[in-house]
Design a protein around this ligand. Structure first.
Ligand SMILES: Cc1cc2nc3c(=O)[nH]c(=O)nc-3n(C[C@H](O)[C@H](O)[C@H](O)COP(=O)(O)OP(=O)(O)OC[C@H]3O[C@@H](n4cnc5c(N)ncnc54)[C@H](O)[C@@H]3O)c2cc1C
Length: 450
């Protein structure tokens, strides 16, 4: 049997490696437009900041490495046609001088085409010095340009925008972040929590403009100014961190059903066309809280989906469950994360909730180096936990993961408040900040009931 995977990102490579893990005989080919595979886009901002030394360090494997696993990788090749009734596809092999058209047949096709950066239609986005941030090539170009620049505007205050802004700041640039919504990280955090992050980032010397879209980028050949609201800002570069759009063209061509945003798949990661699977940023997922389809553009989701698709292709039963979109990030010294629903998003979806909060410390009060930690737990009026947000200078990721487990298991804030957590002065408080937030939620529920 032959499987062809379109895409050499997290989802495509995870699918290929897992098929080989479960099946020694399957003929596996991965086709990608890029010249690199198996690198971590998530690390691009940290190369800019200098925390990771070079872009070479974020490439985990070379295409040749996969030959050892008997996986064929074709790089610099763009698939442009899928003819599924003949179970074959056509691709264009591009190098600097020529472009050759080729054909390959398959029994199973996996579409792992990811997403492209969304660039809003505003004047000036094609000027030199305007960048998107998606691939390692984008990272290299941004770094090279930034090395000869003194000012940057980052458009979009989601995770990627903020991480990139901090990277550029650490490179020595004067950085302005602009976000058209009234808060940072609007997809995952409530405004009260995002204000804590905003304070930190502003203290680090990054200017933040909220509630104004970028209107226009001005320059003759290269960027000179950005117009944001009434303000004209001098800048040498503009980074567009304005979201993504799933790449669904090939799926449409193959006759796969498309949902509200992306390719529709079942729990096996199978599209509406039975021999075609789809994984990663190009598919829609089921939201565990709202019970609606949503997007989950995360490396973790891509890798997990690749594993599920691989198992099903080789005949091992596996299901991809509803997502909670657990995320974490680190900007400078500050870590933050969220899982499940924010209060704002729950309310938008018609779910009545309360929020329990705590502000505490990451170690015993007297222990040197204890850091402030802020926790917010979102609970339904019946006490079921549906979301959590945490900000601190340490140990955020493991707490978010604990809460991911709690939410997935339907734990209530009463149960969480009674749970046993470990304690030692250098590592934690005797009552964990999560418990304190759960207790606060219980108090609020009690007040509501009286
Ligand atoms: C700067 C940045 C930081 C991030 N940080 C995090 C983080 O901290 N945590 C986290 O979980 N996630 C993070 N993400 C998101 C994560 O990187 C993505 O969700 C993940 O990479 C998606 O993987 P994918 O394989 O679906 O798509 P992609 O990585 O986009 O791969 C798509 C592949 O398809 C190929 N392709 C597309 N069309 C064709 C075609 N027609 N022919 C041939 N090949 C084609 C492309 O060349 C590429 O190889 C970050 C992303 C970025 C950009």
């Amino acid at each position: 049997m032959k499987v062809v995977i379109i895409g050499g990102g997290a989802a495509g490579i995870s699918t290929a490696s897992n098929i080989r893990r479960y099946d020694e005989d399957m003929e596996i080919t991965v086709i990608t437009m890029e010249n690199q595979i198996a690198y971590s886009p998530c690390a691009i901002p940290y190369v800019l900041s200098g925390d990771v030394e070079s872009f070479e360090d974020i490439v985990m494997h070379q295409p040749e490495d996969y030959l050892e696993k008997d996986i064929k990788v074709i790089t610099n090749a763009e698939v442009f046609k899928v003819i599924n009734n003949e179970k074959k596809l056509k691709y264009r092999l591009n190098n600097r001088y020529i472009s050759i058209e080729k054909e390959i047949s398959y029994d199973y096709l996996v579409i792992a085409t990811g997403a492209t950066s969304f660039i809003p239609h505003i004047p000036g986005t094609t000027l030199e010095g305007v960048f998107k941030i998606r691939t390692i090539e984008d990272g290299l170009e941004i770094k090279k340009w930034a090395e000869n620049s003194s000012k940057a505007v980052v458009v979009g205050a989601g995770l990627i925008g903020l991480e990139t802004a901090f990277g550029l700041k650490k490179m020595g640039l004067e950085v302005t972040v602009t976000e058209m919504l009234p808060q940072l990280i609007p997809r995952s955090l409530d405004s009260d929590m995002s204000k804590i992050i905003q304070e930190y980032i502003e203290k680090e010397g990054i200017r933040i403009i909220l509630g104004h879209p970028l209107e226009e980028i001005i320059g003759k050949k290269r960027v000179e100014k950005a117009i944001i609201g009434d303000e004209v800002i001098d800048t040498d570069m503009v980074i567009m961190a304005t979201g993504i759009r799933p790449q669904i063209k090939l799926a449409l061509m193959a006759g796969c059903e498309i949902g509200r945003w992306a390719i529709l798949v079942n729990e096996k990661m199978q599209t509406s066309v039975p021999n075609i699977y789809a994984v990663g940023d190009c598919v829609e997922v089921f939201d565990a809280i709202t019970s609606q389809n949503t997007q989950s553009p995360l490396g973790t989701t891509a890798v997990r989906q690749g594993k599920i698709a691989a198992k099903n292709i080789v005949g091992v039963k596996a299901e991809f469950k509803a997502v909670l979109n657990a995320m974490v990030s680190k900007i400078g010294a500050l870590e933050f994360g969220a899982v499940g629903s924010s209060k704002a998003s729950a309310m938008q979806n018609g779910i009545e909730v309360i929020a329990g909060k705590s502000r505490a410390l990451t170690k015993a009060r007297y222990y040197p180096g204890a850091k402030r930690i802020d926790v917010k737990i979102i609970s339904t009026l019946k006490g079921k936990i549906i979301g959590c947000q945490i900000i601190a200078e340490e140990r955020v990721a493991e707490r978010i993961d604990t809460m991911s487990l709690a939410i997935a298991q339907g734990v209530t804030c009463y149960e969480l408040a009674a749970m046993e957590f470990s304690y030692a002065p250098p590592l934690s408080m005797v009552i964990d900040p999560i418990i304190l937030a759960a207790e606060d939620a219980c108090e609020k529920l009690k007040k509501l009931a009286t």
